[in-house]
Ligand binder design. Structure first.
Ligand SMILES: [Zn+2]
Length: 381
């Protein structure tokens, strides 16, 4: 009898465990996405494509239905990658990539005003600019669509430059891809009703800066991608009331490309979307969570609901409302359906757009409680 009771209780515990949010599952996905094998999930070595294949395989394993053939919505944009050995020598001294110099695959950094302000500058034969700066900019592969690619700009820390620059030997591998092929990964679970809750996250990141530097992007946004996959795992176990849609975008770091394409080439009927919830940067959270586009007429009820859940559960230190902003993938969809963007506030996470944003640095201490709030919003628990 006791044995049976124990078995029965174990089964309940197992069922509860397998249906509840699972930070071990989330950790595993963050680890895989932020590994060196994914090359920073940008255009370098088609890291984004390797990640897309992995995520589609995971959706298939969970029994998520594809919204497109093989779960892929394919589109293109123009971008740079930096694959191969990279070397920059000034007066015979090799500089250290990332900490002493950074190569930005965009002309934004080489604006005339910036070139004017540079303490030192030199243009290489291929058009690439080298400039001296007192502080290196945050890394970003944001690109502006133009027929001809803008010249690449390399910023060098002034402290790494000699008083007089005599000789520059730059061996910088630069690849320009016009119409680079990339993929959003899309699936769904049919609910009791056709009304949809859509969960989105971008899985891409900043790629590599030559072979010596890659950007793991654990916080940004392996964490949000993993959270959406965790929701997919839960939704796949028992038919949900709402139909739950999952969209994982590429191209976010290059200018919200994947979500723009998905919003403008819809795979779902927006009139049936109750809520779209985007998750971008979900490690840490010691200070709570922030909700963008929380103040519009369509989204205020959802924000109030989140706040009410938090008043009851004290999951987050603070649930902070913000106006809409073009700062992540929810933005394009906010033209068509109620769309919010949730991110964590505060530590611990490894870094931001740098080589230190690692899986090890990503704290998931608040994950289960934050996710419980989101699951309640979607009536998934
Ligand atoms: Zn980012």
């Amino acid at each position: 009898m006791r044995k049976t009771a124990f078995l029965f209780l174990s089964l309940i515990a197992l069922t509860f465990y397998s249906q509840a949010q699972d930070s071990a599952y989330v950790r595993q996905i963050i680890k895989t996405l932020s590994s060196k094998d994914m090359h920073g999930r940008g255009a370098s070595y088609h890291g984004d494509s390797i990640a897309a294949t992995y995520l589609a395989g995971e959706m298939k394993r969970l029994g998520i239905l594809p919204l497109q053939v093989d779960y892929f919505q394919t589109y293109t944009y123009n971008c740079y990658s930096f694959e191969g050995e990279m070397s920059l020598k000034i007066n015979g001294v090799e500089l250290e990539p990332y900490t002493q110099y950074r190569i930005y695959p965009t002309a934004r950094q080489a604006t005339p005003s910036k070139l004017d302000k540079a303490s030192w500058k030199k243009q290489l034969k291929d058009g690439t600019w080298l400039i001296g700066v007192s502080k290196l900019d945050t890394y970003s592969p944001w690109v502006v669509d133009k027929e001809r690619p803008d010249p690449v700009c390399i910023e060098i820390l002034e402290t790494a430059l000699p008083k007089k620059v005599k000789k520059v030997v730059a061996d910088i591998p630069i690849q320009y891809h016009s119409n680079y092929l990339t993929r959003n990964v899309v699936g769904y679970v049919q609910g009791v009703v056709d009304t949809m809750i859509v969960f989105t996250a971008h899985y891409d990141h900043c790629g590599t800066m030559g072979d010596a530097v890659y950007f793991p992007g654990a916080h940004d946004n392996a964490s949000g991608t993993a959270a959406v996959m965790d929701i997919a795992r839960i939704a796949s176990q028992k038919q949900p009331y709402y139909t739950i849609v999952f969209m994982l975008f590429s191209g976010e770091e290059s200018g919200l490309r994947g979500s723009k394409y998905a919003a403008e080439n819809p795979l779902i009927d927006y009139s049936k979307v109750k809520l779209l919830c985007n998750i971008d940067m979900f490690c840490g959270g010691d200070e709570g969570i922030m909700v963008f586009n929380a103040n519009s007429k369509e989204t205020i009820p959802f924000f109030n609901q989140l706040k009410a859940i938090n008043d009851e559960t004290h999951a987050a230190r603070l649930v902070k409302p913000r106006d809409n902003s073009a700062n992540s993938d929810h933005f394009w969809f906010s033209n068509y359906c109620p769309s919010i963007f949730i991110l964590t506030m505060g530590q611990p996470y490894g870094g931001y757009h740098d080589p230190y944003d690692t899986c090890e640095g990503c704290g998931l201490g608040h994950y289960n409680q934050f996710m419980q709030m989101i699951l309640r919003l979607a009536q998934l628990e």
